[in-house]
Write a protein that binds this ligand. Structure first.
Ligand SMILES: NC(=O)c1ccc[n+]([C@@H]2O[C@H](COP(=O)([O-])OP(=O)(O)OC[C@H]3O[C@@H](n4cnc5c(N)ncnc54)[C@H](O)[C@@H]3O)[C@@H](O)[C@H]2O)c1
Ligand SMILES: [Fe+2]
Length: 382
């Protein structure tokens, strides 16, 4: 069966990329954002340009992290009432995902509702500006659903690092580790191909060089710009390949305990590499390894921790992930976070394992897990 590599989104980047807003010919725009982006004044990067270009606009700012279904419904109403020719999503992955779901749902209700979707990320993390994924939370069921539909992919993405200067260190850490997880999961995905691999390799290399720099100093605009590009590269990669068990499990930690998405991924990453490679701290060398081990070794090389033996390389790679987490104040275990008692956490493991097994992302993991294996990883994470 042939494959296709489709980049639907027109990407604008580089200095003053936001000036694209003045030239795109919008007449009536609904800006979708979160309260921080509005109260911090970041949204003025959009509204000032629209004021000068004579674009009529309204701002919907009711986005919250891990957007739940009811916020999507409210967004659909706001969008249909305003009837824009373009939706401008500006914010983190939550604002971008909500906007994608809003357009999709509104279109399902009214086939004539067809605004262009312009995605402007203010975090360097999800890559949502170029993907057909939107992750929506169902609080009643205690789970997150990754919706996937080609027509949710934004039409344009604008990458301007001026918007990420204000990201505090903890969010730089979480979102940066999300980028690294996207690139790694895409690289070892059962759907990977040479095009996605090239994008992942570049994203991984940039994370290795610039994530700690951008965490340590948010005035380091070179590092910020690089991480903003890496986030988009990783988004393009996983849009083609989907993700893996890391995301399937992280979604449940987000839905159950509100652990920020990137942080949940970062905490799981060393465990998932061990599970997929079948190599842990006690492993001995073997004659043959699962195919993903070779790929993890390439990743280790990009990050500067490869050596001549598979077992020592994989151990160095999981050690590197733990090092990154420690350097950036990301806890290594759920117990360290002090957000839930051990009894309550363990009581939810079975349901989380079931939901992670059913999560759409898990299907492309290089090693197909059983529910009990997933539960064992959740227990190790405690
Ligand atoms: N669609 C996809 O392909 C995809 C991929 C991965 C994750 N996700 C989803 O995206 C969401 C996470 O997105 P996120 O990590 O970008 O976080 P987010 O959008 O939830 O935002 C996290 C916090 O950062 C703040 N923030 C945003 N921009 C800021 C800035 N410039 N300065 C200071 N603070 C800022 C927000 O106000 C919010 O409080 C989750 O729901 C996750 O499941 C989607
Ligand atoms: Fe993610």
């Amino acid at each position: 069966m042939y494959k296709e590599f489709d980049v639907h989104t027109q990407i604008y980047f580089g200095e003053h990329a936001l000036d694209r807003l003045s030239h795109m010919g919008a007449k009536r725009a609904l800006i979708i954002s979160d309260p921080f982006v509005v109260s911090s004044g970041l949204v003025r990067h959009v509204t000032d340009r629209f004021d000068r270009a004579g674009v009529t606009y309204s701002v919907y700012l009711d986005v919250i992290p891990d957007p739940p279904i009811d916020k999507v419904v409210a967004g659909v109403k706001a969008a249909m009432d305003f009837d824009p020719d373009c939706l401008v999503a500006i914010g983190g992955g939550s604002a971008l995902d909500l906007s994608k779901a809003v357009r999709k749902m509104a279109q399902a209700m009214d086939a004539d509702f067809n605004p262009r979707l312009i995605a402007i990320p203010t975090t360097s993390g999800t890559g949502s500006e170029v993907t057909s994924f939107a992750v929506i939370t169902d609080p009643a069921a205690g789970t997150k659903y990754p919706l996937v539909a080609d027509d949710m992919t934004p039409d344009e993405a604008i990458l301007d690092e001026v918007l990420v200067k204000s990201v505090p260190p903890a969010i730089t850490a979480d979102t940066g580790m999300d980028v690294l997880t996207h690139a790694i999961e895409s690289y070892v995905s059962t759907n990977n191909n040479e095009f996605s691999a090239a994008l992942s390799e570049k994203a991984i290399e940039i994370c290795g060089q610039f994530l700690l720099r951008s965490y340590a100093d948010n005035r380091d605009s070179h590092a910020r710009r690089k991480m903003h590009i890496a986030s988009c590269l990783a988004g393009l990669a996983f849009n083609a390949t989907s993700l893996g068990l890391n995301h399937g499990m992280a979604h449940q930690l987000g839905a159950q305990f509100h652990i920020p998405h990137g942080r949940a991924n970062a905490m799981l990453l060393p465990h998932i590499i061990e599970f997929n490679s079948e190599i842990d701290k006690h492993s001995r060398s073997k004659v043959a390894y699962p195919p993903c081990v070779r790929k993890y070794c390439v990743i280790a090389r990009s990050l500067g921790v490869q050596n001549l033996n598979e077992v020592t390389t994989i151990r160095a790679l999981t050690g590197y992930m733990e090092f990154m987490n420690k350097e950036m104040g990301i806890p290594l275990s759920v117990s360290e976070m002090g957000i839930v008692s051990e009894g309550e956490y363990m009581a939810r493991v079975d349901a989380m394992a079931e939901a992670a097994l059913a999560d759409a992302c898990t299907a492309t993991n290089p090693r197909y897990p059983t529910k009990e294996e997933i539960a064992a990883i959740y227990r190790k994470l405690w």
